[in-house]
Ligand binder design. Structure first.
Ligand code: 6OD
Length: 469
């Protein structure tokens, strides 16, 4: 049974629950569910370690981040295997994106923190400056779609800013976190600085509500984000949330069509559409609409299906395929489930799917589906395209496909989204602010914005006496 990692030690506790291989539905591991005692023990371990960790010079904490990056490199193949076992991700994607981003996250935040200046303000004999202090114990709640990438995206800045952490991975994907616990132990990271507990949403709730948890960082569904906000409201804990999306892509007639089609194939179908940044609403300028749809539908049929994370999530995605039909959609590709003639038929696969013909106000076009599916509609003018893209309660990401430089800037600046990509998608610079508007989240992580969230400034003001005239 997978053990929790508390105070630098493996802790076997809690009722066992199974983790399934999404490729086949088979049970691949048993994990102990964190109960109130386990959660309390983890938070206490984090709190006990907090003072010494916070007192280290930032350069030393940055050194620890670099050592953890080396540890990830040493256990690269184990992390790849664990991530694939839990998620059914393709090997190539896991080797080139998910695990390397873990290494990059630790290295980037080591650099950003080590070179960050403090602020000082000088005004006629008065000097004010700020010192930043860590928040204390941070609860890191990690989703199942990019388990290692997103755990390390939050851990690295939280640690380098001087916090200790209790991590709760998704109940579906504990594997890479368990390998990471071994990496922390092997590196000799001071006990209690990183603690990892496993369990369902109820364990997450116990964690965020614990009185000694000082802040919560979460990536996942808007519904869970809202539940966390309610759970921490009484103690007004700071939260950083990256939540759902119903992201639009705008394809203008002046685009490079080959590039746009391939870019949209990537933005719709990567990771089985299970990335908060994936495109679910595509708007194409009328003169190229038919050709674009034909080409996208043809490419969708060539995409190798990736399983949904669970039987339950598969049912959810399939319910949207049924909804599209009942709302009157025309299905251009997919719309059902693939058949392999082997044990994958018991896995959680759905067809990569493209539909068209639905109203902007249909549930299909308004709700986040989180599967390999998009709706395609046409537009005539630039301002109509912008209005269509902005017609959503979400505001996480958008993509623009155009050959016009002026148009790229003009449209990008009018899109109501935290992230806009032009002629690309999910291209990351870890120094940039990352997050969304409205139902897509609260706050920004990335670069110094992460360090700002994971620390609080104290302003010190000194009045300098003026010498007698
Ligand atoms: O790439 C990242 O840093 C990031 N936060 C990705 C989030 C994806 C959500 O599904």
């Amino acid at each position: 049974m997978l053990t929790h990692f508390i105070g630098g030690e493996p802790v076997a506790a809690g009722t066992a629950f199974p983790v399934h291989d999404p490729m086949t539905g088979a049970v691949i591991r048993q994990v102990g569910e964190a109960d109130p005692e386990v959660v309390d023990r983890a938070v206490r371990a984090a709190r006990e370690a907090a003072r010494d960790w916070a007192a280290l010079p930032v350069a030393e904490r940055a050194g620890w981040l670099r050592r953890l990056a080396e540890g990830i490199e040493e256990r690269f193949d184990d992390l790849v295997a664990a991530e694939i076992a839990d998620t059914g991700k393709p090997l190539d994607q896991t080797r080139t994106i998910d695990i390397p981003r873990g290494i990059a996250n630790f290295r980037a935040f080591a650099e950003i923190a080590a070179h960050r200046p403090d602020e000082a303000f000088h005004l006629s004999g008065v000097l004010s400056y700020t010192v930043r202090r860590p928040l204390g114990v941070v609860a890191v709640i990690v989703p199942w779609n990019l388990p290692f990438l997103l755990m390390t995206w939050k851990l690295a800045p939280a640690l380098v800013a001087g916090n200790t952490v209790v991590v709760k991975p998704s109940e579906h994907t504990p594997g890479s976190a368990a390998v990471f616990a071994e990496i922390c132990a092997a590196a000799g990271l001071p006990p209690g600085v990183v603690n990892i507990i496993y369990g369902h949403g109820s364990a997450g709730q116990l964690l965020v509500e614990h009185p000694w948890v000082d802040a919560v960082t979460f990536t996942g569904s808007t519904r869970t984000g809202s539940a966390i906000m309610k759970a921490v409201a009484d103690r007004v804990k700071p939260v950083s949330f990256e939540l759902g999306g119903k992201n639009a892509a705008l394809v203008f007639e002046d685009c490079d069509l080959d590039r746009a089609v391939e870019g949209c194939v990537r933005s719709v179908f990567t990771n089985g559409g299970q990335v908060c940044l994936c495109t679910e609403r595509l708007y194409v300028q009328r003169p190229i609409f038919e050709e674009f749809c034909t080409r996208l539908a043809a490419r969708a049929q060539e995409v190798v299906p990736q399983p949904m994370i669970s039987a339950e999530h598969r049912e959810k995605v399939l319910s949207y395929y049924a909804l599209a039909r009942s709302e009157g959609a025309k299905v251009l590709a997919g719309g059902g489930t693939p058949s392999f003639g082997d044990k994958r038929d018991a896995g959680y696969f759905v067809d990569p799917t493209v539909v068209t013909g639905l109203s902007e106000w249909s549930r299909f076009n308004r709700e986040e589906i989180f599967g390999p599916v998009c709706h395609v509609a046409h537009f005539d003018t630039e301002s109509e395209a912008i209005d269509l893209a902005n017609n959503s309660e979400y505001g996480l990401a958008a993509a623009i496909w155009t050959g016009g430089l002026d148009r790229a800037h003009r449209v990008a600046q009018r899109l109501e989204a935290g992230l806009v990509w032009v002629n690309t998608w999910y291209l990351r610079d870890l120094r940039t602010p990352f997050g969304g508007l409205r139902l897509s989240g609260i706050g920004r992580e990335g670069g110094t914005q992460s360090l700002d969230f994971y620390s609080e400034p104290t302003t010190i003001t000194i009045k300098m006496e003026q010498p007698d005239a």
